[in-house]
Design a protein around this ligand. Structure first.
Ligand SMILES: Nc1ncnc2c1ncn2[C@@H]1O[C@H](COP(=O)(O)OP(=O)(O)OP(=O)(O)O)[C@@H](O)[C@H]1O
Length: 257
């Protein structure tokens, strides 16, 4: 298993945020995380990357307790693109991307030629070359988000965690970044967790879906099996039609408004 969670409970103060989380997550899949606002999706991602630690239960990564990994080891294994990350310091885009290599550098060492090669390759693939000398503080919100996303690709980890990572991007750049993630998943069997509000994007991109509701995992499974009108009604209280779309070559959803 890439991850395994047993009887996980997480609370903030007196408020229970996640309850009874029991799930085994094999590697090499693209997991779409879906659920209403406030259902615990981002908090659950925080448990995966150990930004938060559950009060009860066990989180394992590759068969070992997540708590047995150092922060640096975790950074070599997992990269996160947060929902709303603010790059407030006046670094150049190239410098921010090089930060993705820091977990792999010995203490006090500077990035080497291999690190620069990885950064250049990601810049080229993500179309960020023309921004490399610009200050991140002088980019638009979407451009900055593309830099944060690219930095996670530079980190080049077996696990990639995306929290509505393309929500502020235009459709072309969003689809392009997701296609890069999928290519990497197919070539290197990376494991991807991605929260989406756009259910059709999740349907097109994810092999598996995990539905959250009120701090619990309500159900999970292969996208084609669990993305049904009944489940969408249970989770989101909406009426929907689910069908296979030839053009998208994936399951798609239309909603009754
Ligand atoms: N720092 C905090 N203090 C208190 N409650 C919090 C805090 N952060 C999150 N919560 C609460 O925890 C619950 C889960 O939040 P979380 O951000 O994980 O939900 P989510 O499913 O990712 O939501 P969204 O779709 O709106 O991003 C919510 O009820 C939220 O109000």
């Amino acid at each position: 298993m890439a991850f395994s969670m047993k009887d996980v409970h997480f609370a903030l103060g007196e408020t229970s945020i996640l309850e009874d989380i029991n799930i085994d997550l094999p590697p090499g899949r693209i997991y779409g995380i879906l659920g209403p606002n406030g259902s615990g999706k981002s908090t659950w991602l925080d448990l995966l990357i150990r930004h938060r630690v559950p009060q009860q239960g066990m989180v394992e990564y590759n068969g070992h307790p997540l708590g047995s990994y150092s922060r640096k080891q975790i950074s070599k294994e997992m990269a996160l693109v947060p929902q709303d990350y603010r790059l407030n310091f006046p670094f150049q885009v190239l410098e921010v991307l090089l930060m993705g290599r820091y977990p792999f550098l010995p203490r006090f060492a500077s990035p080497g030629s291999r690190d620069l090669d990885i950064v250049r390759e990601v810049m080229q693939k993500t179309g960020l070359e023309k921004f490399q000398d610009r200050m991140v503080t002088e980019l638009s919100g979407g451009e900055r988000q593309r830099v944060v996303f690219a930095r996670a690709l530079v980190q080049d980890t077996p696990v990639l965690i995306l929290d509505e990572a393309t929500a502020s991007l235009d459709i072309k750049h969003g689809l392009h970044l997701l296609s890069l993630v999928r290519q990497k998943n197919q070539q290197a069997r990376t494991t991807v967790f991605s929260v989406f509000q756009d259910i059709n994007l999740a349907a097109a991109f994810c092999s598996h879906i995990i539905f959250f509701k009120q701090g619990r995992i309500l159900l999970h499974g292969p996208t084609t099996e669990v993305l049904t009108p009944q489940n969408l009604e249970r989770v989101f209280d909406v009426r929907a039609k689910v069908y296979f779309d030839d053009y998208a070559q994936s399951t798609q959803v239309v909603f009754k408004v």
